[in-house]
Ligand binder design. Structure first.
Ligand SMILES: [Zn+2]
Ligand SMILES: [Zn+2]
Length: 134
């Protein structure tokens, strides 16, 4: 498939950020460089880039799809309060695949693991509100 200019700019901008943006956020990132692009075109290009394996889609039920310019396997931590997603620089636990393979008879190739919690901002907020109660 041909790499259009639009697609290249979307890829470039996505690789610059570590915020795992949603499609509307990607649209905001590329708008200054592609003033004529529509949100629909951004969506379509993001799907194509996923299909080409150039970016990753983080699809969590009940939340907006987010996109990641880092395609090497890595773990994510998600905020239960505001849905922010960050990378966790933890080495991939290949021993989990081996263990699952032994227990399931499946040819386990990889695993998905997501950490859940409160991001620093949301944690600060809850700390403050619980302090007020005391
Ligand atoms: Zn948060
Ligand atoms: Zn990531």
């Amino acid at each position: 498939m041909r790499m259009t200019n639009q697609r290249r700019i979307i890829l470039q901008e996505l690789r610059k950020v570590f915020s795992h943006p949603t499609a509307p956020e990607v649209y905001e990132l590329v708008k200054h460089k592609l003033p004529n692009i529509s949100l629909g075109t951004v969506y379509r290009n993001l799907e194509v880039l996923c299909d080409l394996g150039l970016i990753q889609k983080i699809d969590v039920a009940g939340t907006q799809k987010r996109f990641d310019g880092t395609v090497v396997d890595h773990y994510h931590v998600r905020c239960l309060s505001c849905s922010r997603i960050d990378d966790v620089p933890l080495e991939i636990l290949h021993s989990l695949d081996t263990a699952a393979r032994e227990l399931s008879d499946y040819e386990v190739i990889k695993h998905r693991l997501e950490f859940l919690g409160l991001c620093p901002e949301c944690k600060a907020k809850t700390d403050k509100s619980s302090a007020r109660k005391c």
